[in-house]
Design a binder for this molecule. Sequence first.
Ligand code: ATP
Ligand code: MG
Length: 773
Amino acid sequence: MNKFIEGLNEAQRAPVLQKDGAMIVIAGAGSGKTRVLTFRIAHLMQQGVDPFNILALTFTNKAAREMKARIAKIVGASEAKNLWMGTFHSIFARLLRIEADKLGYPSNFTIYDSEDSQRLIRTIIKEKNLDKDIYKYKQVFSRISSFKNSLITVKAYYANPDLQEADAMAKRPRLGEIYDEYVKRCFKAGAMDFDDLLLKTNELLTRFPRVLAKYQDRFRYILVDEYQDTNHSQYLIVRALSDKFQNICVVGDDAQSIYAFRGANINNILNFQKDYEDVKTYRLEQNYRSTKNIVNAANSVIDKNKVKLEKVVWTDNDDGPKIQVNRLLNDGEEGRFVASSIFENRMNNHLSNGDFAVLYRTNAQSRAIEDALRKRDIPYRIYGGTSFYQRKEIKDVLAYLRVIVNPNDEEALKRIINYPARGIGATTLDRLILAANSYDKSIFQIIEHLHELNTGINSRTRGKLTQFATMIKSFQVTAKNSDAFVLTEMVAKKTGLVQELKKDGTPEGVARIENVEELLNGLKDFVEEQKELADATGNISEFLEDVALATDLDNATDDENKVALMTIHLAKGLEFPYVYIVGLEEDLFPSGMSMNTRSELEEERRLFYVALTRAEQKAYLTYTLSRYRWGKLIDAEPSRFIEEIDEQYKEYLMPPDELRGNSFVNPDLFGEVDKSKLRQNKPTPGVPPPAHKPSEEQLRKLRKIRPQNSQSTAKIDKEVLQLEVGAAVEHLRFGRGKVVGLEGVGQDKKAEINFENGGLKKLLLRFAKLKIL
Ligand code: ATP
Ligand code: MG
């Protein structure tokens, strides 16, 4: 037997060693499902299966990269490169490029991101003179998206009176018309939106049996991670492709199905047995990720769900510390608690920033955490916020590139036709769109034939438009002869984009130029990387595809040693030694919008299960007594999920006094809230009142934390605050260093220190715990 197989327990080995047939692995969090997929692929390859014949679908591109790297270690990098491995969207975008012409699309089709789609829908609503308060573009977009994910085409929509009636009831009787126009406009622009990547793949596989047969033969072995979160459209693709050989292995956990709101269908996992002829079902029970306390706590919560497959999850790992529940006054205090706890843990347990994650229900919660981490000089990275590629200046450059690749791309064209300003105003653009609609051409095609058409655009403006088209065409020539980096550099300079940014001398303006430089750096890397790959050319369309499909999780370089901040949805599949789950309050988590039905509430509970099971060693839960929601300070109540954790696996702790004090909140902010109540423990059924009755152990812990704090403050007063430039110091983690600069006074005094191990760091002396040498 191969050596690497020894890295699997017996239950895990079985699905790895079963070479052929349909199989499903259903197992709880951290039990090695992803590991089984990885090893299974390596094992298939060792048995002589050609990597070109293996298709592996993962939840993020990052997961795919990690899996590939793992497999490369076992079977060698050159072979691993040939695997078809990635997210549904990236894999099928690749396939569609090859087959695009069959569907009437150019192979260089653009991928519209959701912002592009929403803009286009907004345009259509406006063109049709519909009331934008009733036809809200975001709602219309999500309705269209759900149609596409259920394979309901425009035709199918019009054939279905129920759907039309539902829209009429929602006062949007003309939704079908918008859908129709949206689809037509995307097609004319040579663009597919995210949902099209799946919808069109389905169309391709259904309408062209030969194409289906070709890919069935190609993908003899199919593997799917996180199968519980596949939607109908994804399900059909997998089913069609695996139909011939039926060598399909899916892994998942019904308890971690958290994307129902985006169309994920838990029945895909529940019905798998019925879909294939001879299905083997495997179960894994041993969790390798987390401590006993974490595993048991998570089990005790998910037990409250009624709809679930019965599963056993246990672990041989240590008991570990209990789940620590912390009650804070408000989000400011919550942020400070998290920052200070990370700081302490990092020091005391020799951890690095990358060992910590802060998870929240909604993106908006990150702000308070960020503020606190920044104040403590703790490096962090936010995932899922505004990603690099979503920044305006980056989108502008990318829009040029998109138009160069596909001049019919309407959304990209509208973005740059008059940016930087070249005298092509809104009226001209309106006239162009009008002409494009009436001649059934793209805007760019209209510009190319301006002199032959009656557009009502005057000759001066026509000159400018022609100039614009000439510029784009000259870039197209460059694109043919040079790589993506050279082209982008030329675009940045020749369009006047960089000069435009330079005009704005503010720090934000400078940051924007730096971002464009960063984009160029990224392109340089991309070009280098692509040169190593056999079937890639380093040209701009491949880069644009990567960008369009990059989730924010994918943009992080893996060696980044920063605290990770993200929503729980994004954290699926990941693991961190220390995890903070913040904002555990009723109406926030569970979300106020998801408490109307049992099934919604159960999905929130699964989300909490996902959050808790990310932790390897210790989990912290925090809730606050009051929180700003929709601009109002409201009384918050602890989440029911805290209560649902079995008593024996959790403990309640108050934050050390140091975090309180007068700095944490402006008393005026409290308004009508009864301030006396805030410091008291609000009785909540089932939640023991820690402030009144701390256990002996809690007291012991509290006592331990307090002297530590006062100790560090005392030390600061005497020595550290007198530090001078040139002084030699020692830091627990960064080692020895020399003070090279000082700023601020008193409590805010900071030192810039050049450490032998850690490089240049700026530390707040109050917290830095430095030894003066
Ligand atoms: P999730 O449900 O969160 O996606 P999972 O079931 O996919 O979890 P993995 O991520 O594959 O679980 O495994 C969890 C952790 O346990 C990983 O760090 C993995 O390397 C480790 N692990 C799994 N099986 C074993 C094993 N047999 N021996 C040692 N470590 C293991
Ligand atoms: Mg996994």
